[in-house]
Design a protein around this ligand. Structure first.
Ligand SMILES: [Cu+2]
Length: 64
């Protein structure tokens, strides 16, 4: 299980963008995004780095 803290999400549209970035990286990943806390939980066998890059490329910041 991968847990990332994402900052810069302000609305449901941002949540969708982050979910899309995750799915682009691994279409079979199960992803849960909590808008209030910025917590993004991903169930995938791919490395966390791959998701971090994808989310950053979508325009959000990922805390280490
Ligand atoms: Cu938004």
């Amino acid at each position: 299980m991968i847990e990332l803290t994402v900052t810069g999400m302000t609305c449901g549209g941002c949540v969708k963008s982050v979910e899309k970035a995750v799915k682009r990286t691994d279409e079979t990943a199960a992803v849960t995004v909590d808008l209030a806390s910025g917590s993004v939980t991903i169930d995938s066998s791919k490395p966390a780095e791959a998701f971090k890059s994808a989310i950053e490329a979508a325009g959000y910041e990922v805390a280490a």
